[in-house]
Design a protein around this ligand. Structure first.
Ligand code: HEM
Length: 503
């Protein structure tokens, strides 16, 4: 090698080293800048963060960490810088006082992959989210889902549901899929003004798919965090299975619903359509007249419907499964609920939303079920939409935020004997229902559950009706399954069978 060439190579090598050192320094300093004054938190491993240490119940592991690092701590869940928030005042401060900065959502890989730019309401965070959220709130109000005017729709569905349970003749069965289908039918009524038969195979598949997506969430976290893992042989992250489910729900179930309803609406002149598809089609016609720069589009409608099934079916049905488990575990509470119903309503007619006030114990049992097993223990993670100062820390934009609702509902400084199942905690000395502000199964702030009102109506009517009509027990020789629950997106009971004896 000539001395000249050697000198050139030496200079290049020096420069490459300088560039690499500079790039690393830049990376470290930008990482330092992003992490300056973050709350402390558990150390994770490079690239995967705390994933190996989360255990089966992240919400419980977080309580252990909060004892070491404080109510607000940071950590890496995979590549995502995240924040856990414990305590009523802290959650309120983040989601209400700093609601403008703490109410974003991460646009997950699967959502981008299956929906493109149309992202509905659950995962969206921009103007389309605002407009569609307002739209849903308005429709729920106009339909009157919390009022007795709409309850006949739930009653119709309940009659099918009761007939199906009666047909089991007191034999042991798993109520899971039936509950899911029945609750999904209430959502169907809102969406397209109609219901599906439980024997309809495509409806059965649709409801089962929602369940599968919810329950396989843990695995899907991997390809959402590391999209390259979907390419590993053998589909270890379930990417292709879930994508197929999502695709099939969107194109084989939801789109045909829209098409059918659209044809009907066009035939009827559209104006009197009291369901979401009808309202949306009207809104599309008047686009930009009603809302300036409207984000309403046909493909958004599919996403909204998808979100409503996803957010509204399994949550309500899971709460009802927990309710049945607790009533079987504590037969004296089941009996007391039934007696209250008999004393105030009798056996003849179905309970109505107007009966709520005269059934405070029944209401208190429902509230205790929601407190004891916060079924969405960490809500749906939020994301910061800008750099924000919170509790004296610097929280950068794009951090995922987990409010620990499960911990809140078991906080011994807020609840007496929080680990004891005791509905009486929700009744005052005059027997009236009291709900403390730190009871928030639907979360709080701008992202509070959009279907809260509907969920409350559904839960009251399903629960009180089941208690009025049947005595629930475990099959002979079976004991209560573990009450720890299995964590997907929701905290579900382990599978169980029950016997329902007609009263
Ligand atoms: C017992 C039943 C239910 C529970 C416990 C529940 C709970 C929740 C929670 C905790 C969130 C996340 C809040 C947050 O991110 O801070 C949420 C979001 C949501 N829920 Fe529910 N929910 C239930 C039923 C329903 C029903 C019946 C519907 C509608 C059919 C519904 C529609 C939604 C929607 C659309 C969102 C997203 C709101 C947004 O991101 O702006 N939920 N729910």
């Amino acid at each position: 090698m000539t001395p000249f060439l050697k000198e050139v190579l030496q200079t290049v090598a020096n420069n490459v080293i300088t560039v690499i050192v500079f790039a690393i320094a830049l990376l470290l300093s930008s990482r330092w800048y992003r992490h300056r004054n973050l709350p402390p938190g558990p150390w994770g491993l490079p690239f995967i963060g705390i994933i190996p240490f989360v255990g089966t119940h992240l919400h419980k592991t977080m309580i252990t960490w909060s004892k070491k690092y404080g109510d607000v701590f940071s950590f890496y869940l995979g590549p995502n810088l995240s924040l856990a928030i414990h305590g009523y005042e802290n959650i309120k401060e983040a989601f209400v006082k700093h609601g403008d900065h703490f109410s974003g959502r991460e646009l997950m890989f699967m959502v981008k992959d299956t929906r493109g730019k149309y992202t509905g309401v659950l995962i969206n965070q921009d103007k389309a989210w605002q407009q569609h959220r307002r739209f849903l709130e308005r429709i729920f109000r106009e339909l009157g889902v919390a009022k007795s005017t709409w309850e006949s729709n739930i009653h119709d569905e309940l009659n099918h549901f009761l007939a199906e349970i009666t047909s089991k003749n007191g034999e042991a069965f798993d109520i899971h899929q039936l509950l899911n289908m029945s609750v999904a039918n209430v959502t169907n009524k809102i969406i397209l003004g109609d219901r599906f038969e439980y024997s309809d195979e495509s409806f059965q598949r649709h409801v089962k798919m929602i369940d599968d997506i919810m329950n396989n969430w843990q695995l899907s976290v991997f390809f959402n965090m590391y999209p390259w893992t979907r390419l590993l042989p053998g589909d270890p992250t379930n990417y292709f299975t879930l994508k197929k489910c999502e695709h099939s729900r969107q194109y084989d179930v939801i789109q045909p619903m829209i098409d059918k309803r659209k044809t009907e609406c066009e035939k009827n002149g559209r104006k009197n359509d009291k369901d979401i598809i009808g309202y949306y089609l009207n809104a599309l016609e008047e686009k930009d007249k009603l809302v300036k720069y409207s984000t309403f589009e046909m493909l958004q409608l599919r996403c909204i419907i998808d979100d409503l099934f996803f957010a509204g079916t399994e949550t309500t049905s899971t709460t009802m499964r927990w309710a049945l488990l607790y009533m079987i575990k504590y037969p004296h509470i089941q009996e007391k609920v039934r007696q209250e119903i008999f004393d105030n309503i009798g056996k003849g007619r179905l309970p109505s939303l107007n009966d709520r006030e005269s059934l405070p114990y029944t209401e208190a049992v429902l509230l205790e079920i929601q407190r004891y097993n916060s079924i969405v223990p960490l809500a749906v993670p939020h994301q910061t939409t800008a750099d924000v100062t919170f509790k004296g820390y610097h929280i950068p934009k794009g951090v995922l935020v987990y409010p620990n609702l499960w911990a809140l509902h078991r906080d011994p400084t807020l609840w007496k004997n929080p680990n004891i199942f005791d509905p009486l905690r929700f009744l005052d000395e005059n027997g009236h229902v009291v709900k403390p502000p730190h009871f928030m199964p639907f979360s709080i702030g701008k992202r509070i559950c959009a279907g809260e009102v509907l969920a409350k109506s559904e839960m009251f009517l399903y629960f009180s009706t089941m208690m009025q009509r049947f005595n629930f027990t475990f099959p002979n020789g079976r004991t209560t399954p573990s009450m720890e629950g299995v964590l997907g997106i929701t905290l579900c009971p382990e599978p169980f069978k029950l016997c329902a004896t007609r009263i």
